[in-house]
Design a binder for this molecule. Structure first.
Ligand code: MEV
Length: 314
């Protein structure tokens, strides 16, 4: 039996826009998906013990199986002949928007590699997890699997031609408290990504300037993070949320949580991940503010994760 892990993530700037080559900023969070893999049984069996995974797993079962077949194929293992028992756990909840699929793909890829005696670099694991992400996101950017593989606070830009993506570490003065609020709605990332691509294609007059704004925001966001200007980071996150509303990936539950977090004093709040449900995040740079915003969201009946961005060892 072999084990593997992958980090969850929060996107601070640029979800959806990154799919089309705009830079994004992502931070791994201190929660992981963990996989245990055994070569036993008949065919591929998956036991998903992750919190929140009941509903998540139901909705995503087929995508999950396809992702595992993709992992095997990328490792040149025939999925039809293999006997694998996969058990998924860890403290990363199976909420949409936290990179749960990418984290599990990285965890499973690492565990399968171990079980088959393959010594794979992080770079190769990341490439394999990207193949797996196609099952969940259709045409993913690669930002989620990159954060899940390497951890840290990262600048990410998809290479739209042949060649490697741009991945750079961003350093900040100290880790910063955030909250992640879950609408409880399981979203289909593949549909959300495809919807944006269709609308962008059919309405370039509206979408081209929004994509240019998103690109400017990512650069300003990086500068504000590096200068540790959290007020500015929050303001830019608010602006990013407006762009996400414009491209049609927010929803009334996400807007409700974003507005509540702002009302409670968060420096900025936005959708994080694919939207259409799933999660939002709010910048709350002290423990006290984090608790205040988290409590307001919990009191409104929603689940909250209290975590930090920019933690060095993650
Ligand atoms: C999902 O966490 C982020 C998206 O931008 C999809 C992707 O980049 O692959 C919506």
């Amino acid at each position: 039996m072999r084990r593997g892990s992958g980090f969850g993530k929060v996107i601070l700037f640029g979800e959806h826009f990154v799919v089309h080559g705009v830079p994004g900023i992502v931070s791994a969070i201190d929660s992981t998906a963990d996989a245990e893999v055994r070569r036993t049984g008949k065919g591929i069996t998956i036991k998903d013990r992750r919190k929140g995974a009941k509903c998540y797993a139901e909705e995503k079962k087929l995508q999950q199986l396809e992702s595992i077949e993709r992992i095997l194929e990328a490792m040149e293992i025939d999925p039809k002949t293999v006997s694998l028992n996969i058990s998924l756990g860890g403290n990363l909840p199976g909420f949409s928007g936290l990179g749960a699929s990418a984290a599990s793909s990285v965890a499973i890829a690492r565990a399968i590699a171990g079980e088959f005696g393959k010594d794979l670099s992080d770079e190769r694991i990341n490439e394999i997890a990207y193949e797996a992400e196609k099952a969940y996101a259709g045409t993913p950017s690669g930002i989620d699997n990159t954060a899940a593989t390497y951890g840290g606070l990262l600048w990410f830009r998809k290479n739209m031609e042949e060649g490697p993506n741009t991945i750079e570490r961003i350093s900040i003065r100290r880790p910063v408290e955030i909250i992640i609020g879950n609408t409880g709605i399981v979203a289909n990332t593949k549909e959300m990504v495809a919807g944006v691509a269709t609308r962008k294609k059919s309405n370039p007059r509206k979408y081209d300037p929004l994509f240019k704004n998103a690109e400017d925001l990512a650069f300003s966001g990086r500068k504000a993070l590096e200068e540790f200007d959290m007020m500015q980071v929050g303001t830019l996150m608010n602006e990013n949320h407006r762009l996400l509303q414009e491209i049609g990936v927010s929803c009334k539950e996400l807007d409700f949580l974003v507005n509540l977090a702002r009302k409670e004093g968060s420096f900025g709040a936005k959708v994080t991940g694919g939207g259409g449900g799933g999660c939002m995040t709010a910048l709350t740079p002290t423990k006290k503010l984090q608790d205040k915003v988290a409590k307001a969201i919990e009191d409104a009946g929603f689940e909250v994760l209290r975590t930090k961005i920019g933690v060095e060892k993650i």
